[in-house]
Design a protein around this ligand. Sequence first.
Ligand SMILES: Cc1cc2nc3c(=O)[nH]c(=O)nc-3n(C[C@H](O)[C@H](O)[C@H](O)COP(=O)(O)O)c2cc1C
Length: 368
Amino acid sequence: MSKQALLSPLVMGDLNLKNRVFMAPMTRSRADNPENAPYAIHVNYYQQRASSGLIITEGSQISKKAVGYINTPGIYSQAQVEGWKKVTEAVHAEGGHIFIQLWHVGRISHPDFHNGELPHAPSAVNPNSKSYTPEGFKETVAPKEMTLEDIKQTILDFKNGAKNAMEAGFDGVEIHSSNGYLLHQFFNNSSNQRTDQYGGSIENKARILFEVIDAIKEVMPENRIGLRLNPSLHGAFGMEADEETIPTFDYIVNKLNEYDLAYLHLSEPFTDVSEVEFLEPNIAKRYRPMYKGTLIINSNFDQQSGNQVIEDGLADAVAFGKPFISNPDLPERFAQNASLADWDQDTFYTPGEKGYTDYPSLEEVKVD
Ligand SMILES: Cc1cc2nc3c(=O)[nH]c(=O)nc-3n(C[C@H](O)[C@H](O)[C@H](O)COP(=O)(O)O)c2cc1C
């Protein structure tokens, strides 16, 4: 019996998860077909990683308008649902659990994805970022400021994505309200300059997130809905934080306690923010006491720091990103205190099996 905190089971709502080594959502850009539907290689990829306590899939666009990168899978068409069904069946056949990440990129997109029309965002502020289009990286543009009708439709698209996710056999959904994408764009002053009920005050900037949760609750159990936040994201994906940023996230996290969600998934800062006086460098330390439900922590953890953060009572589970790319059997490697294989950054987003499904398990390495 292993005494590692990461390898102990976790009861999350009504789900019994076999360990606390979760797989973080990662875009891998393999849905290279006109439908942007998952197919056989996705089935293989996720099945290989089914020993994770919980797989959170790559961001999956909830509508055509929500896309911002080539070859990312969607969850709005029947072909996509059929593709995902095979993925969830394969993961469940291995005794695993899997949530899908519901994604709208907002302004981190390009007119090339929208027949020349502008991407949608809270305000017409160019993130001065890059979008990976069919013709390679292009500069982002000033997006269209969403009308109230656009916002209403987007909330419905999230709801529809959740409904489709249930039909596809997912155990739950993760709302992508992180990393500078659409919902995060509403939270920050640098991307939200609205003067209506979706801008201005902290409550207004957070409003859309709670409307999305309330809409999704109508089509699936509340305790199967998770969401992701990256409060101290700064200087990336067009996000510029200010003194209102952390109070906004404090408000959001406190209000999440009014719900009985599957989990809150937080990222420690992606960059060093210790010199940015208005940002929080210790996300788990700040938010663990504030949030009453299951807390997942992410970013840059390894076996040792992952066990430690759980032992210290700062998180219930750890989401591993890059280590899961190159170590499909990550929990087993932790159990055996085995060394980890390095990931190849050059194949993160390239089509096909290479760098996707060809990383061997420990057992396969030993046989070779
Ligand atoms: C190739 C790649 C794709 C990613 N795609 C997503 C994504 O679709 N959704 C998301 O929320 N985060 C995404 N991330 C961020 C990861 O979920 C995670 O936060 C990040 O890799 C840090 O965790 P790690 O140090 O364990 O890798 C991605 C990261 C990588 C490396």
